[in-house]
Write a protein that binds this ligand. Structure first.
Ligand SMILES: Cc1cc2nc3c(=O)[nH]c(=O)nc-3n(C[C@H](O)[C@H](O)[C@H](O)COP(=O)(O)O)c2cc1C
Length: 360
């Protein structure tokens, strides 16, 4: 039996296995950014078919200003908290553990919902409309929004929050030199570019607990015009700083070099997340392009590790049980990944009949 099916402790919870639902934006939420009561509780609960599985809920707006896409969820209103509570209750009833990913769009905000598009800097190597460079007051306000949303997440019954530091959204825009051209304390050196991410982690951890706080990073992703020439100095600094300042974080989550956002990418021979994993002693999640076989091999060769699945978890709500029992996976259909508010491609994927009796 692979380490993938050995228990591991994450954020005070004991998981029965190390297969994780990766955060997946699906645009199935209501127009007021509350999870849909007829769709979301069932969608998440069915992915907790094996008790003791960790789910990371989709990227969620920390405030109106930090969102900008239609039909993403939020965690800034009482209605959203109540709607998420139905999701977390349904997952907990199955014995699942659920974190939520908190994001801020920054420069990739399409600008059609809120008028102000903010980013680390105005001067950027990217094809986006010129955003407004954030003032120090803006930075403090965004950090407060993350804290408020994290507190709301706990009120909504989540077991913890994952700060979205990946894929070219605002936190990543500060981290990487391709987007951060600031000349103040938040730009320039590695330490300065890391400051915003580390301050958010500090403040969220102070508000809800270090063991309920996590961060996701993607040094290799080219999605949304990202990727530094040499990510190692910056990302190793972030991980080794967290190792010193927050060793009890729930986990650190890294995206593998073979994916960019939600698509495959060809990794260069010298690109690996192992150099970052080596700097961190707590629970570690790797995501991106895993198969059942490669996930088992990864868990067996990387101490304290878990493996998140994204695309494969969409048509296989029973993915954890399928991997455990060696059953084949249903192929995914990219056409319905992002269909706003649709039940199609979201609910209705059947559990494998072979699992009946043992798992459902
Ligand atoms: C439909 C879809 C939505 C996604 N949404 C998010 C998201 O909200 N936050 C995030 O960090 N990554 C997101 N990703 C990336 C996934 O979490 C994951 O890292 C990626 O799909 C690679 O893993 P996989 O090869 O197992 O699919 C998304 C990917 C897909 C396909």
């Amino acid at each position: 039996m692979s380490a993938l099916f050995e228990p591991i402790s994450v954020g005070g919870a004991t998981l029965s296995n190390r297969v994780v639902l990766a955060p997946l934006t699906r645009f199935r939420n209501d127009d007021d950014h509350a999870p849909n009561a007829d769709l979301a509780p069932e969608y998440y609960a069915e992915r907790a078919i094996v008790p003791g599985t960790l789910l990371i809920a989709e990227a969620t707006d920390s405030s109106v200003a930090l969102g900008g896409y239609a039909n993403t969820p939020g965690l800034y209103s009482a209605g959203q908290v109540a709607a998420w509570k139905k999701v977390t209750d349904a997952v907990h009833a199955k014995g699942g553990v659920i974190f939520v990913q908190l994001w801020a769009l920054g420069r990739v905000n399409p600008g059609n919902i809120v008028s102000r598009v903010i980013s680390a800097s105005t001067v950027q190597e990217n094809p986006y409309p010129v955003p407004e460079e954030m003032s120090l007051d803006d930075i403090a306000a965004v950090e407060s929004d993350f804290v408020a949303a994290a507190k709301n997440a706990i009120a909504a019954g989540f077991d913890g929050v994952e700060v979205h530091g990946a894929h070219g959204y605002l936190v990543d825009q500060f981290i990487q030199d391709v987007s951060n051209k600031r000349t103040d304390a938040y730009g320039g050196s590695v330490e300065n570019r890391a400051r915003f991410a580390l301050e958010i982690v500090d403040k969220v951890a102070a508000a809800i607990g270090e063991d309920k706080t996590a961060i996701r990073l993607s040094p290799f992703s080219q999605f949304q015009s990202m990727k530094m020439d040499d990510p190692f100095p910056t990302f190793s600094y972030i991980v080794s700083t967290l190792e010193k300042t927050h060793p009890k974080l729930a986990y650190i989550h890294f995206v593998e070099p073979r994916v960019s956002g939600g698509s495959d990418r060809t990794a260069a021979a010298n690109e690996t997340t192992d150099v970052y994993h080596a700097l961190w002693s707590g629970p570690w999640i790797a995501a991106g392009g895993f198969t059942p076989e490669s996930a088992k091999a990864y868990a067996d060769s990387h101490p304290n590790s878990l493996v998140a699945f994204g695309r494969a978890f969409i048509p296989n709500p029973d993915l954890v049980a399928r991997i455990k029992e060696g059953l084949p996976l249903v192929p995914y259909d990219r056409d319905t990944f992002y269909t706003a508010k649709a039940k199609e491609g979201y609910l209705g994927y059947a559990f494998a009949p072979e699992l009946k009796g043992k798992y459902y």
